[in-house]
Design a protein around this ligand. Structure first.
Ligand SMILES: Nc1ncnc2c1ncn2[C@@H]1O[C@H](COP(=O)(O)OP(=O)(O)OP(=O)(O)O)[C@@H](O)[C@H]1O
Ligand SMILES: [Mg+2]
Length: 288
């Protein structure tokens, strides 16, 4: 496999201690027509991956949007390398966002542009690379996520899994220091989900990026994350290793994880049933 060379475009200010957290969320609260996050704190270290879990509607996507300044918190702070990035002005916000890759819950590609053009747009916006340098970078990044052949494809020509990969590529092309993934494997069959999770892991190990992965999917969390945080009713109700989470006898966690596991088993059953049917169909056809 061709491993392209990655160069950090965004360097950390000199003097930043190595052990400093990349991101700290401190006592953040936000309400819309009702409180969503009441008091949420978490920390992500350099090269570390934290899975954020919790039921639908608990504010996981809101938390990611707060971090990148798309939604202002009612109270609390977001610190990036110890610098307060809550309520930044437009120009400082743009500089901060150039350090952060955000893989949105839906694939956030522009439908009227090819995959390559989608990546190029991002590079133009966030870097001052020359056109040939950008082209090389786009080819290398698409290779890295296994989409080497898709550079001239339109998003409508891609499968769901390929769209997720293209979304990943678009986010990592700027070589972020921090990656935020919102449900990167949801809606994919278990095999594709597993391959995306592996891809995320490779990116982390290869680029040493700190990441937050919002996911309902336990196997994904186990594959990619060092630690997990579970949100419920606006609070962090669990923070610890995945093994501690899996062996917790807290009734809520038990039920939540049980449902997540069941969901997975159901997926697996559907997939094995579908492939069994396909095999039978093929056998019938070849007999005919
Ligand atoms: N911009 C907004 N304005 C008003 N309400 C919002 C806004 N964004 C989110 N909400 C509300 O905040 C709550 C949390 O939404 P959020 O999208 O963060 O949930 P989630 O945990 O990501 O759920 P899922 O697992 O289904 O993706 C929901 O009740 C949602 O309706
Ligand atoms: Mg969400």
């Amino acid at each position: 496999m061709h491993i392209p060379s990655f160069r950090k475009l965004h360097t950390i200010e000199p003097g930043t201690p190595d052990d400093a957290a990349v991101l700290r969320v401190e006592h953040v609260a936000v309400a819309f027509d009702r409180p969503v996050l009441r008091d949420v704190s978490l920390e992500v270290g350099r090269g570390e991956t934290v899975a954020v879990m919790g039921k639908s509607g608990t504010g996981k996507s809101v938390l990611l949007k707060l971090i990148v300044g798309l939604i202002p918190p009612d109270s609390g702070k977001i610190l990036y390398h110890n610098k307060d990035v809550t309520n930044l002005k437009e120009s400082a916000l743009m500089a901060f966002r150039s350090d952060v890759g955000f893989v949105f819950q839906g694939a956030a590609l522009f439908d009227s542009m090819t995959v390559g053009e989608n990546l190029d747009l991002f590079l133009v916006k966030h870097t001052d690379m020359a056109p040939e340098e950008r082209e090389r970078k786009i080819i290398d990044t698409l290779d890295l996520v296994g989409l080497g052949d898709a550079i001239d494809k339109m998003p409508s020509e891609l499968s769901g899994g390929m769209k997720k990969r293209a979304g990943l590529a678009r986010s990592i092309v700027i070589e972020p220091e921090l990656m935020l993934y919102d449900e990167p494997t949801t809606g994919l069959d278990p095999l594709t989900a597993a391959s995306i999770a592996e891809e995320i892991l490779i990116l982390q190990q290869r680029l040493g990026i700190a990441s937050i992965v919002v996911t309902h999917d336990l196997p994904t969390a186990f594959t990619v994350a060092d630690r997990a945080v579970v949100l419920n009713e606006g609070y962090v109700i669990f923070s610890g290793t995945l093994n501690d989470l899996a062996s917790s006898d807290d009734p809520f966690l038990h039920e939540y994880l049980g449902a997540s596991r069941l969901d997975r088993t159901r997926h697996d059953q559907i997939i094995s049933r579908t492939s069994a049917t396909r095999t039978t169909d093929e056998a019938t056809r070849s007999q005919a």
